[in-house]
Design a protein around this ligand. Structure first.
Ligand code: MN
Length: 202
């Protein structure tokens, strides 16, 4: 059972002018698609051919002999999660349960912004910044290199992510990763998605 490229939750020009249609044509249409295509080739005919995506990721995590499967499967999952972490007309301070937890665990939204922005800006090379609900019930910011994902942390629930691979921002922001991060938080971040993930986590 091969995986399909999941649908975007909005049209490819919907995040413009912050993230352009051209970026989504490459980032979603080429990069995300390539991870799906590569994963399908790697699992075809093998023991994980009919497994779910999260099970494939957890099975391959930390096993050097399965690095190719892990990298492609995790990148499929991370990108789908990233598209939902943004919305047209998003950005700004959160509302609802996630707002309460951010105030409780970071002290203020500004303090969260600082922590999340620093994680994204200091992830050396390619990777991701994350807002995660930890197994102790508290929020935390993580950064991960390459395809690494907090899905593999026992008891952790990812709530939001921001792709800081150059392919996410280079066409629109060139080398200015901090400007991309500021735009993600001020214009695009989808707090409804974080609240939904919190609710799903119980
Ligand atoms: Mn990407």
């Amino acid at each position: 059972m091969a995986f399909d490229l999941p649908s975007l939750p909005y049209s490819r020009d919907a995040l413009s002018p912050h993230i352009s249609e051209e970026t989504l044509n490459f980032h979603y249409g080429k990069h995300h698609q390539a991870y799906v295509t590569n994963l399908n080739k790697l699992i075809d005919g093998g023991p994980m051919a009919d497994a779910g995506l999260e099970d494939i990721i957890k099975d391959a995590a930390g096993d050097p002999s399965k690095a190719g499967v892990f990298n492609n499967a995790a990148q499929v999952w991370n990108h789908t999660f990233y598209w939902h972490s943004m919305k047209p007309g998003g950005g700004g301070a959160p509302t609802g349960k996630i707002a309460e937890l951010i105030d409780r665990d970071f002290g203020s939204y500004d303090a969260f912004k600082e922590a999340f922005s620093t994680a994204g800006a200091t992830q050396f090379g390619s990777g991701w910044a994350w807002l995660v609900l930890e197994s102790d019930g508290k929020l935390a910011v993580h950064k991960t290199p390459n395809a690494e994902t907090p899905l593999t942390i026992e008891g952790a629930t990812p709530l939001l992510t921001m792709d800081v691979w150059e392919h996410a921002y280079y066409l629109d922001f060139q080398n200015a990763r901090p400007k991309y991060i500021e735009t993600f938080l001020d214009e695009l971040v989808n707090w409804d998605f974080a609240n939904q993930n919190l609710a799903d986590a119980g």
